[in-house]
Design a protein around this ligand. Structure first.
Ligand SMILES: [Zn+2]
Length: 112
């Protein structure tokens, strides 16, 4: 009985999250952000060719602000190690946001 409830809960969570964040839309957004930034990490300035080394970082967390998670100005390109820095703590996330926004808001990008 307990296991059934747990499975139902997991299914419900997967179902709800799938509705909130469209993985196809997210990957399209991520690709557009990385292309805008010329596959260049904003923090360490390294350029990458291979996939999987660069990520699009949500400046305003998508869990907190789901309605703006596909906005171009809300994304910035970071490499794997640098992406850990703003995610180290909530304080770090807030600390880096103005610097990231000062850069992304200079672009007039269309929605992906
Ligand atoms: Zn980097």
């Amino acid at each position: 009985m307990k296991l059934t409830k747990l499975i139902m809960l997991v299914l419900l969570l997967v179902f709800c999250c799938g509705f909130e964040f469209n993985s196809y839309q997210l990957s399209k957004w991520s690709k557009a952000v990385r292309a805008r930034d010329n596959n260049n990490c904003f923090m360490c300035d390294r350029v990458f060719d291979g996939p999987g080394e660069l990520e699009a970082h949500h400046i305003m967390p998508k869990s907190k602000y789901p309605t703006i998670c596909y906005e171009m100005w809300n994304g910035i390109t970071l490499c794997d190690p640098c992406h850990l820095i703003p995610h180290k703590s909530k304080l770090n996330h807030k600390k880096y946001a103005p610097m990231f926004l000062a850069y992304t808001l200079t672009f007039e990008g269309p929605l992906p």
